[in-house]
Design a protein around this ligand. Structure first.
Ligand code: SF4
Length: 393
């Protein structure tokens, strides 16, 4: 039987530690951790090869049948299409016949040209495009190093993807105070596969300024009209995984994202220099918090278990529910929210989410729409567990 550190994993390859944009809220460049300054700009071939070799070993040890490899940064397109194509060939040579590979990339889309779009379409790379809304919303924060907005270049990138038939989804950081329904409609007009809304990255030590400026529940205020518009679309619009996942949890199902549910993360990050990280957004919470001490140049992913109990638990076993969540009616659905948002310097990660008020309001609102209270969720959950056990028996 395999140990917990040989369980299935998904991988995020951070192939660039630089970006042609300088979004003001970026957790890589503009939050607590500044380790990007001491890293090389791009991942070299030796680190890439070592990462793929380690991934191969892990997939063989874990026996997993599917692995998702996500290219990430900084801005991953800075590596250039020729090098990227060579890396895809290397992945195929190492992993074909061992494990089915799903490829994805998260990009600001401003550098997408015909060559990139053709490559993504040919090699079935799922493209996630970062965009926060119409030009006036997006260009407030998603700016380049000269302070110019990125919207028009992003739209040009999306049009290029569409011309080549490359599938894309949108990743959007919620902007407190903005009109959620207008943003949802704007995105729907672009026909993405999904619209992934993210809560802004704040923890207990820096959220007070957001609330002072935007009120007690700015994320709920943003998402409530999005929920209404999404439900009115009756499944004819793009999928909104954040809302779908909350509905799934209310109906007794398991979470399919790390935003809710407090399950083991099940994925790791590999930095440009080969450093292995548990969850790169933890940089938000302090210098070095995301690092676990392992590097693909020296270690297999199973070494995480020996090097960092915190990362081992977060990635493979799951962390305990924060003490402040124990009596919450949503402790089995929300279950503390997204890990980086739980942090405070005083108590580490043993806090409810800094977005707790918003989350409770969102669950209440969705519960009313679905007409499912907490007791019914528990009944449904037990029933689903029973049915799963019967299938296994
Ligand atoms: S809603 Fe708040 S208290 Fe309840 S589980 Fe989530 S973070 Fe914890």
């Amino acid at each position: 039987m395999s140990s917990h550190s040989e369980q299935s994993l998904q991988f995020v390859l951070k192939v660039s530690a630089r970006c042609n944009l300088n979004c003001t809220y970026c957790y890589v460049f503009n939050k607590a951790d500044q380790s990007w300054k001491s890293r090389s700009a791009l991942m070299g071939d030796a680190v890439f090869d070592a990462a793929i070799g380690r991934i191969r070993r892990h997939c063989i040890a874990s026996g997993q049948s599917i692995v998702r490899l996500m290219f990430h940064g900084g801005e991953p397109l800075l590596v250039g299409p020729r090098r990227f194509r060579g890396w895809l060939d290397r992945i195929a040579a190492e992993l074909d016949g061992i494990v089915k590979v799903r490829l994805a990339i998260q990009t600001n889309a401003t550098l997408i040209d015909d060559e990139w779009a053709r490559l993504f379409a040919e090699r079935a790379v799922e493209v996630g495009v970062s965009l926060d809304g119409p030009q006036a919303v997006n260009d407030r924060f998603r700016i380049d190093h000269a302070g110019r907005g990125s919207y028009l270049n992003v739209v040009r990138g999306i049009e290029t993807l569409r011309r080549h038939g490359a599938a894309f989804s949108l990743l959007s950081v919620i902007q407190p105070g903005a009109d959620g329904a207008a943003i949802y409609r704007h995105f729907r007009g672009m026909s993405p596969g999904t619209i992934n809304f993210l809560f802004p990255d704040h923890n207990h030590d820096d959220i007070a300024a957001v609330r002072a400026r935007h009120g007690d529940a700015p994320i709920f205020d943003f998402l409530r009209p999005v929920i209404d518009a999404w439900i009115l679309d009756c499944g004819t619009g793009p999928e909104v995984p954040l809302l779908r996942n909350m509905c799934r949890l209310i109906m007794g199902g398991e979470s399919r994202s790390d935003m809710f549910g407090n399950s083991a993360l099940g994925f790791v990050f590999v930095e440009v220099d080969g450093e292995i990280e548990g969850l790169d957004v933890l940089r938000l919470d302090g210098e070095g918090v995301s690092a676990c001490g392992a590097n693909v140049l020296a270690n297999d992913f199973s070494a995480i278990a020996q090097l960092s109990d915190f990362h081992d638990r977060a990635i493979f076993r799951g962390l305990p529910l924060p003490g402040g969540c124990m009596d919450c009616p949503e402790r089995r659905t929300c279950a503390g929210g997204y890990l980086p948002h739980r942090y405070s310097a005083a108590r580490g990660f043993d806090n409810p989410s800094a977005w707790c008020t918003d989350i409770q309001l969102l669950f209440s609102y969705l519960r009313r729409l679905l007409d499912v209270d907490v007791e019914e969720t528990e009944m449904r959950r037990s029933l689903l567990v029973e049915m799963a056990e019967e299938r296994l028996a």
